[in-house]
Ligand binder design. Structure first.
Ligand code: GTP
Ligand code: MG
Length: 274
């Protein structure tokens, strides 16, 4: 997209909502929709996440299934590929992380996937290095239906600024914590004060929500060490994203069973199946 719209982490189920990004080409416009991954839902939150993914794939002109080329296809992949069989839209298989694998390993992997389903294209890429991403873009453009552009030229995303602010804080929380914390926490923006002054200063008041009392001291850390670390890393990235100085106020609050709470989930932008 030319901008970072989706946070990244080494833990599964990082993306919780549908994120729209628009990319313009000289003679085309592509609206990319990133969704949560399809997984076995253990909480109401995860039911909504999977619902978002399934709704989105029924709604688009083309589906890109992104898989990790370093892991052999398993039961989960088979489940998703079977779901995709009912779609009218063409499905591309995107074999990601080719920077981590030998070229000679690619063909056998492609074969295995081809036996599991029908793909309009199979495209190996590296999201990390950008290798072959231009080819992926070209084959996407080749398959898209003709039509008017859906968004103005300067439109980048449908998500508001406070969504990205919360996601950037959550990315650092995911980066520095382990075990159950990444899965059982969320970030809420309590107040977002537009940048004022010269140089501009953005004031952000955030709450990190955890599921249980015992998780609070983990996120706060000894003598507040952990929350400070999260705050420093988040502020650095927020300043780049918003091109402003940032004042960041972080709190931790326990809200038990928040992943089962429809009100909280909607507030967090997890609409689920509509
Ligand atoms: N080496 C390598 N690592 C990558 C590549 N693409 C993604 N990763 C890593 O893979 C991990 C997962 O990346 P995400 O962007 O969070 O993956 P996702 O598919 O969006 O996953 P969820 O949002 O959790 O459903 C992160 O640690 C990334 O740094 C790649 O091309 N090469
Ligand atoms: Mg993601």
């Amino acid at each position: 997209m030319g901008a970072k719209l989706a946070i990244v982490s080494d833990k599964p189920q990082t993306t919780r909502t549908r994120i729209l990004g628009v990319r313009n080409y000289p003679d085309a416009q592509v609206v990319f929709l990133d969704t949560p991954g399809i997984h076995r839902p253990l909480h109401r939150m995860n039911v909504r996440m999977v619902g978002t993914a399934i709704d989105t794939m029924r709604d688009v002109d083309l589906v890109g299934l992104v898989v990790d080329v370093t892991e052999p296809p398993g039961k989960g992949d088979r489940f998703v590929i079977d779901l995709l069989k009912d779609l009218k839209a063409p499905v591309f298989l995107i074999l990601n992380k080719i920077d981590l694998t030998k070229k000679s390993k690619l063909l056998p992997i492609m074969d295995r996937y081809s036996q599991m389903g029908t793909f309009a294209e199979i495209v190996p890429v590296s999201a990390a290095t950008g290798d072959n991403v231009d080819r992926l873009e070209r084959v996407i453009l080749d398959r898209l239906p003709e039509g008017e552009r859906l968004y103005p030229d300067d439109f980048l995303t449908d998500r508001p600024e406070r969504f990205f602010a919360a996601e950037i804080v959550r990315e650092k929380l995911l980066q520095f914590t382990r075990a159950e914390i990444p899965f059982s926490s969320a970030v809420v923006i309590d107040r977002f004060e537009e940048p004022v002054g010269d140089p501009p200063l953005l004031r952000l008041y955030c709450t990190i929500v955890v599921d249980r009392e015992s998780q609070k001291p983990i996120v706060v850390g000894k003598g507040g060490e952990m929350i400070k670390r999260i705050g420093i890393a988040a502020r650095e990235e927020l300043e780049k994203f918003f091109e402003a100085r940032v004042f960041l106020d972080l709190h931790v609050r326990v809200k038990s069973e928040w992943r089962e709470d429809d009100g909280v989930l909607s507030e967090l932008g997890m609409d689920g199946a509509k």
